[in-house]
Design a protein around this ligand. Structure first.
Ligand code: G3P
Length: 217
């Protein structure tokens, strides 16, 4: 499963990339607002740091205007993925862009039928928001399982990009269900390292090593 960072913070992106934990980046208007930076400037910087797909979202809601924004965004770098909402205009834009060889991430997916529509529109990625479904008492992971089954039934090449990932259990469940990608805030990715037995074991090894009085280098 590929790991994308769901952030527009360059320092966090660099840290994950240096650790070999980064396959791509996703941004959205809320993350750009949080960064306090200029959208084009920050996306350009991210695309320079990461060689994998970098999602940049259009904010227009009508097809022609979406195409105009996408035209500007895809010029930034070859690894830019245009993110469009799961609406009729968004899917029309998806079809046009993928037909021209531009990668598209269809976002704000909350049902398996919506994912089926995105697959038919030729989406490169579909982004089901698992955390937001859990928030309203629906199962985010059941949706991932349904989409996996549907895409496998018909050999849709669209990659399932699990989004709105909030915790390590979401990551584990996504991987068990065969999701292609998950995007999470950097803190969630780093939290995957955590295990108390790792910390206790390391502490005890270091204590015993110190008692030997030896040095490796
Ligand atoms: O990838 C979508 C993500 O940014 C939404 O996450 O936690 O706001 O539901 P959240």
């Amino acid at each position: 499963m590929k790991f994308f960072a769901d952030t527009a913070e360059i320092a966090d992106i660099r840290e994950l990339a240096d650790a070999g934990l980064l396959d791509g980046v996703t941004t959205n208007p809320s993350l750009i607002k949080k960064s306090g930076r200029d959208f084009i400037e920050v996306v350009t910087e991210i695309a320079g740091v990461v060689s994998g797909p970098v999602s940049a979202e259009v904010v227009a809601t009508e097809h022609k205007a979406m195409m105009k924004e996408a035209e500007k965004l895809r010029k930034i770098a070859t690894n830019i993925v245009i993110k469009v909402p799961l609406t009729p205009d968004g899917l029309k834009t998806c079809k046009a862009l993928t037909g021209e060889g531009t990668m598209v991430n269809v976002t704000l997916c909350f049902s398996a039928n919506q994912a089926l529509l995105a697959g038919k529109a030729g989406a490169s990625f579909i982004s089901p928001f698992v955390g937001r479904l859990d928030d309203i008492g629906q199962s985010g992971m059941e949706l991932i399982s349904d989409i996996r089954q549907i895409y496998d039934n018909y050999d849709f090449p669209t990659e399932i990009l699990v989004a709105s990932v909030r915790n390590p259990i979401h990551v584990l469940d996504a991987a068990k269900l065969g999701a292609d990608v998950m995007t999470a805030p950097p803190a969630v990715i780093w939290s995957l390292f955590k295990h108390p037995l790792t910390d206790a074991g390391l502490e005890s090894f270091l204590k015993d090593w110190a008692a030997t009085g030896q040095k490796i280098a």
